[in-house]
Design a binder for this molecule. Structure first.
Ligand SMILES: [Fe+2]
Length: 180
């Protein structure tokens, strides 16, 4: 297809395998960066005429990964959260997203309460792609009209994930597509 998405899916399928690790995820990261350089794809999925909201572009029946377009209209700041056991790859299409990464500095023994420490902050600009390994804690913060493509290792609605209150450290279970 002219906008490269079908070839992108074929390439991702050829890169991933069950239990994919950093090498495979880096391959997908680089391939997503190449897709985001395709303006026909960016305009179709995330351009001014794209319908706002969360759009599933691909669910892979065999390998389980999903590709979603987040066509955001309004600014949003997420709480720190994880993706359970799933990895996630975020590729910025339009605007920017500020990413913050955290680590737990408590012993992890209390299911209700955690102590987090920021480890890294950076901005994803158009064409830039960030990778989060499974269970990596992160938060996102974006302005109006920020739009990005997210690939997850599995359907996040089907697995247990948690979010953290940044002030109190209180842990809460997350619902379907509640945070990104
Ligand atoms: Fe996330």
């Amino acid at each position: 297809m002219s906008d490269d998405f079908d070839q992108f899916i074929a390439d991702v399928r050829a890169t991933l395998r069950p239990g994919s690790g950093p090498v495979e995820l880096e391959g997908v990261r680089q391939r997503l960066a190449k897709l985001l350089a395709n303006s026909a794809f960016v305009q179709r999925t995330c351009g001014p005429d794209a319908t706002g909201g969360l759009h599933c572009l691909h669910v892979d029946d065999e390998l389980g990964f999903e590709v979603l377009a987040h066509v955001n209209e309004k600014a949003r700041k997420s709480p720190p959260h994880d993706h359970g056991e799933s990895w996630a790859i975020y590729g910025q299409a339009i605007g920017y997203t500020d990413m913050t990464e955290y680590r737990r500095v408590d012993d992890g023994g209390n299911p209700e309460q955690a102590k987090l420490e920021q480890t890294r902050r950076y901005r994803l600009n158009p064409g830039e792609v960030g990778v989060f390994a499974g269970t990596a804690i992160h938060a996102i913060d974006y302005p109006d009209k920020s739009r990005f493509i997210r690939i997850t290792g599995t359907n996040l609605d089907a697995i247990e994930r948690v979010a953290f209150d940044e002030q109190t450290g209180r842990i809460k279970r997350m619902g379907a597509q509640q945070a990104t």
